[in-house]
Design a protein around this ligand. Structure first.
Ligand code: FES
Length: 61
């Protein structure tokens, strides 16, 4: 499944970027060697980052 249709960034690629330390959509684009175009995917990327952050916070408690 694609997160970013403009750049063909798949969900697993975005997750790999987040797991590698991306904390904002711009870092996901950079790690995927892409640039934002329409930016419709930014909200989804932010949600993925927040979900990962929440999961890590929950695991640390
Ligand atoms: S869907 Fe990602 S920049 Fe357009």
């Amino acid at each position: 499944m694609y997160v970013c249709n403009c750049n063909g960034i798949r969900e697993r690629e975005a997750r790999a970027a987040i797991d590698a330390g991306a904390t904002k959509p711009a870092e996901i684009f950079r790690r995927c060697q892409a640039h934002p175009r329409c930016a419709k995917c930014v909200c989804d990327m932010r949600r993925m980052i927040e979900e990962t952050r929440d999961a890590l916070r929950f695991a640390a408690e």
